[in-house]
Design a protein around this ligand. Structure first.
Ligand code: MN
Length: 764
């Protein structure tokens, strides 16, 4: 994440003042664990905690595990100096907050015994049974993985983690609790390891907890990592939050009271909880929307918990009647739950004191799932079946986990897997509908192209337009929650434009586009090749016919006419070679295409001149018989991903893939050519690019800019002034550079100049 790079500095924890907000914050900000202040939990404390939610708990089993783990760890200590046993005990305690079954609690107590003590799987099986033995072994495997793959990539870690929990999701729950306790006691770990642990936590464990619907767990993991990775930002946000909480102390009580009174007068008994946002979520919001702290109005939220779904909507109606609604903030996750099972109604109103108030309205059951996620399903109920069976039936989150593990076993390498999973793991979803009301869930930022492929590959391949909520819209439109999307298809389009691959967000759409365009590109080359061959024959005044070419196939070492045409279209074979294979006495001079007399060297050994007689543009995938030029407004340089657009009668224009001008050709896939640069570091050629520069009006500023470009070996082709105000001048500079790296270096040098306010690359 971005903030990691920005502040690479100090690590010491910020001293947040939690007292100021304690009154309104049921969730306490993370605090450093202090050995001296925390008494180790006693055996009966643990049993009491479990009995509080599970009267049928097997107390003897819990006691046996407590004593066994304590004896096994013996004199071992943690980095903090605490007895080692305090760690498994705290992990077990975290899991009692999640109200988990006996087997999970016992597995937590035993989770480090096989790896770190004399204990063995056989012994644990014998004393605690096979179910617990299997859980502890799963956790041991995970721990060993962590030790050996410390240097390995994140992707590999995540992959192994998920594979290891495939058999029993309770292993994941213990693992998350283990990580949470380690994060809470991170201050005792040597500084060198802290950062790695915090990064891994924020990249893998926190999103995974979120994906499992364990909201509290995710937030605390994020907070603790944030504090470690960017102590400075954490401190600033926390301080501001505290100040704001102090200033609004009365207002918050007032809002709570008014909410409760209004609901009660309509016969709804509600639990209303004021809820303070966490520094990390505020910080990411500030980063994502690049707004300042003061512009974030929704720093305080309220949760309204009622008895039934009907009451949720009733309460919503009351709130909307009493206070004005902030438009665009209403979300109904009750009728359309998030994929991690989260359900709630969200809305924002202008409450007392003109304060924007964010509300979550939900039932007790929804509240439980919002806090505990998959763990809310995991508690074993007598006669219902094993926890895993229950999860299978009840939980979307578990279905996601299963699905992810399936994808995992299919994908060839960990990077591919991470690409596939990261989007789903790290971003929220948008939910859209087909005109018939079928729900299509997509990752956030997905567009209509993704939607079309999610419906069906054929729909994607033949999509030519769309209507969003009844209105025509571009296919690249980003989808919003609740959009109804009608994809317009055309049989005339057999394959999508190759540029869609860059536009699509989902792996599924990208793969399908790649497949379809590969076939289409081959057809295109074949068509292009045929045009070139036919044109040559026409000019040479020889009759072309397929039968004659068939006879010449062995001489061309090709097995079909199509192959020949593709080779010509790709520029791998000269049309004149085809002619010579068919008519051995064919002489190239007879065409007189380019006027000049040629020597006798075989034509394929030297580049053919282009119609413009300029130097050859080093691009693969086009035949040099066709004139090639660069995008007129902005050019293209090696390093850019490029496409060629065929203009009949004119030739091929090379555009960088990011060029907005490509939109104009979206509806004509037959004009798109898949092309590549054919250059290396030694290519002496320069290529055109365009820059937009905003500079301060100061004597000599223009000269400074020109000097920077010249000093860095850039060729200025043209400078034009697009706008001039008293303070600033806006320039468009056409220049020639070797490649993208060269261009970026020039841009960076320009940005470093004090007379330069802004520099952007322009793509026409
Ligand atoms: Mn542990």
């Amino acid at each position: 994440m971005a903030y990691r790079r920005r502040h690479s500095g100090q690590m010491q924890a910020a001293a947040g003042d939690s007292a100021a907000v304690a009154a309104i914050a049921p969730v306490q900000p993370p605090r450093p664990a202090k050995r001296s202040t925390k008494r180790m939990m006693r055996q009966y404390d643990l049993v009491e905690r479990v009995r509080a939610y599970n009267p049928d708990t097997d107390e003897a089993l819990l006691n046996r595990a407590y004593v066994y783990a304590m004896m096994a760890h013996g004199e071992q200590t943690r980095a903090s100096g605490d007895p080692y046993f305090s760690h498994p005990l705290e992990v077990a305690a975290i899991l009692t907050d999640l109200k988990l079954d006996d087997a999970t609690i016992v597995a937590a107590l035993l989770h480090d015994t096989i790896e770190d003590t004399e204990a063995t799987r056989a012994e644990i099986d014998q004393i605690f049974g096979h179910e617990i033995g299997a859980l502890v072994e799963g956790l041991t495997k995970l721990k060993r993985l962590e030790l050996v793959s410390r240097e390995a990539k994140q992707a590999e870690n995540l992959r192994k983690l998920l594979l290891a929990v495939a058999n029993d999701v309770r292993v994941l729950l213990v693992k998350l609790a283990d990580r949470l306790h380690n994060m809470r006691t991170l201050e005792f770990v040597p500084p060198a390891s802290r950062r790695r642990i915090a990064e891994e936590t924020i990249d893998i464990y926190a999103p995974l907890a979120g994906r499992m619907g364990m909201h509290e767990m995710r937030e605390e993991l994020e907070e603790l990592s944030f504090r470690e990775l960017d102590a400075e930002a954490y401190g600033v946000v926390n301080e501001r939050l505290n100040a704001l909480a102090e200033r609004n102390r009365n207002l918050i009580g007032e809002i709570e009271t008014q909410l409760r009174t209004n609901l009660t007068s309509h016969g709804i008994v509600a639990r209303v909880v004021g809820r303070r946002k966490r520094p990390f979520s505020i910080w990411t919001k500030m980063e994502r929307k690049s707004v300042g702290f003061e512009q974030l109005s929704d720093i305080f939220g309220f949760r309204v918990v009622v008895q039934s779904v009907e009451e949720c909507y009733h309460a919503l109606g009351i709130v909307h009647t009493v206070w004005p609604v902030v438009p665009g903030r209403f979300k109904d996750y009750i009728s359309t739950p998030k994929q991690n099972d989260y359900r709630s109604i969200h809305t924002t109103v202008i409450g007392p004191g003109n304060q924007r108030v964010e509300l979550q309205i939900r039932t007790e059951e929804m509240d439980r799932i919002a806090e505990y996620g998959i763990a809310a399903h995991a508690f074993y109920k007598e006669g219902v079946g094993s926890p895993t069976e229950m999860l299978n039936r009840e939980s979307n989150a578990f279905a996601w986990l299963r699905h992810t593990i399936e994808v995992l076993s299919e994908s060839a390498n960990p990077e591919e897997f991470l690409e596939h999973t990261k989007l789903e793991l790290f971003h929220d979803q948008v939910f859209c509908f087909t005109p018939k009301g079928k729900l299509i869930a997509l990752p956030r930022k997905a567009n209509v192209i993704d939607f079309a492929y999610a419906v069906h590959t054929d729909v994607g391949n033949s999509a030519v337009g769309c209507k969003i909520n009844g209105k025509f819209a571009p296919l690249a439109s980003e989808l919003q929650n609740g959009d109804e999307v009608q994809v317009l298809t055309s049989r005339a389009q057999s394959a999508p434009p190759s540029a869609w691959e860059a536009l699509a967000v989902t792996g599924k759409a990208r793969a399908a586009i790649r497949r379809a365009t590969r076939a289409a590109v081959r057809d295109q080359y074949a068509g292009l090749g045929r045009r070139i061959v036919e044109r040559l024959f026409l000019r040479a005044k020889i009759a072309y016919d397929d039968e004659k070419l068939k006879g010449a196939l062995p001489r061309l070492a090709r097995s079909s006419i199509e192959e020949v045409m593709v080779a010509v279209g790709r520029g791998e074979m000269k049309a004149s070679n085809v002619a010579r294979a068919m008519y051995p006495d064919y002489k190239e001079e007879r065409i007189g295409l380019f006027g000049g007399k040629k020597d006798n060297a075989p034509a394929r050994d030297k580049p053919a001149p282009t119609a413009s007689a300029k130097s050859v543009i080093p691009i693969r995938g086009i035949n040099s018989d066709l004139p090639v030029k660069f995008a007129p407004n902005g050019g293209a340089v090696p390093g850019d991903r490029i496409v060629g657009i065929v203009t009949p009668g004119e030739g091929i224009t090379i555009y960088p893939i990011q060029s907005p001008a490509l939109k104009d050709f979206e509806e004509e896939p037959e004009r798109w050519l898949d092309v590549r640069w054919d250059v290396d570091d030694s290519t002496p050629q320069r290529f055109p690019a365009r820059l937009f520069v905003q500079n301060v009006n100061e004597p000599g500023s223009l000269a400074q800019i020109a000097t920077v470009i010249a000093e860095h070996d850039g060729n200025i082709d043209n400078i034009s002034m697009s706008r001039r105000s008293p303070d600033f001048t806006e320039l468009t500079i056409d220049l020639e550079v070797y490649d993208l790296k060269h261009l970026s270096a020039i841009i960076a040098q320009l940005r470093a100049k004090s007379v330069v306010a802004r520099v952007e690359r322009v793509n026409g």
